[in-house]
Design a protein around this ligand. Sequence first.
Ligand code: ECH
Length: 319
Amino acid sequence: MTYTIESAQSIFSNTQVPSPIPATIALFEQLSVDDKLALLWYAYTEMGRSITPAAVGAARLQFAEGLLNQIKQMPQADQLQVMRDLANRADTPISRSYGVFSVNTKLAFWYELGELMKKGVVAPVPFGYQMSRGVQSVLDAIKQLDAGQQITVLRNTVVDMGLSSTVAASSFQDAEPMFPRFEPAPTKITVEGITEPTVLSYFQALNTDNFEAALALFTPDGALQPPFQKPIVGKEGIGRYMRAEAQGLNIMPKQGISEAQQDGSKQVKVTGIVQTPWFGVNVGMNISWRFLLNPQGKIFFVAIDMLASPQELLSLRPV
Ligand code: ECH
């Protein structure tokens, strides 16, 4: 097979229509730090209601507990400064500790701070705060997005906070708890237009958190490209990433197309809905998978994309 990861990235290139998500994040990035915190507060008071609190659970907070206790004991002005430092990616000890948290620990940390803000234990948005025009316009942009895109914006802003010394996409702490599955994942996977056993087994493996089985489907030099990220190359990195970020997903692929190439490889595109354990059935994300299978049926490349609009679910042309 003559593919490189770079060339594989452009299969079904019509999938990558401009996404409103990076555009909204760019607007957010232009806000002042206090406006960023206020924006997140308002966005969260809308969307946070559909978080399944059980997903957070006490166990998920174990790595953030030390930091949270430290913050609880501070005077309110210092608490606000910690939040500003995190949003500014300032070089402080707290910002550095936050930077090594896994994505899910970062989310759980802010979830808990939000709860403490509601109770008044941590500095809330000041009483009588007037939304600036900048905050209002970013909030309006967020309201235009579908729910799956909204939670992606929220997640990405949280992931980008703090100071991380490594460029690694995600760190996984060994004792990190698995997400409990409240909604059983669909067990029998059928995808209209798709019969490739590798692709069906991939979905089956993720729906049962069986990351070993998922990894076995990749070539040794295979790659997985998560939404808005660079490809992660090699089984070790993919395994680490999956254990950290693919837990508890409910994947409901709906339809796809498969294109056999002359050299025996196959390009497969599938679209469907994914639910994250953070929001359960409350939020469905419109997702596509673009697989490049080698002639032996192993995954050389798979890209996971957030679709720009639900209409894209039906965009299954072989481009
Ligand atoms: C408060 C004010 C001050 C500032 C902040 C605040 C708190 C904010 C909070 C935000 C919480 C946000 C959350 C967002 C969760 C989003 C989860 C998403 C998950 C997407 C997963 C996908 C998976 C795709 C994959 C597939 C594969 O096939 C392979 C693996 C993988 C208010 C205090 C900040 C609390 C909880 C978007 C798409 C399908 C690539 C993983």
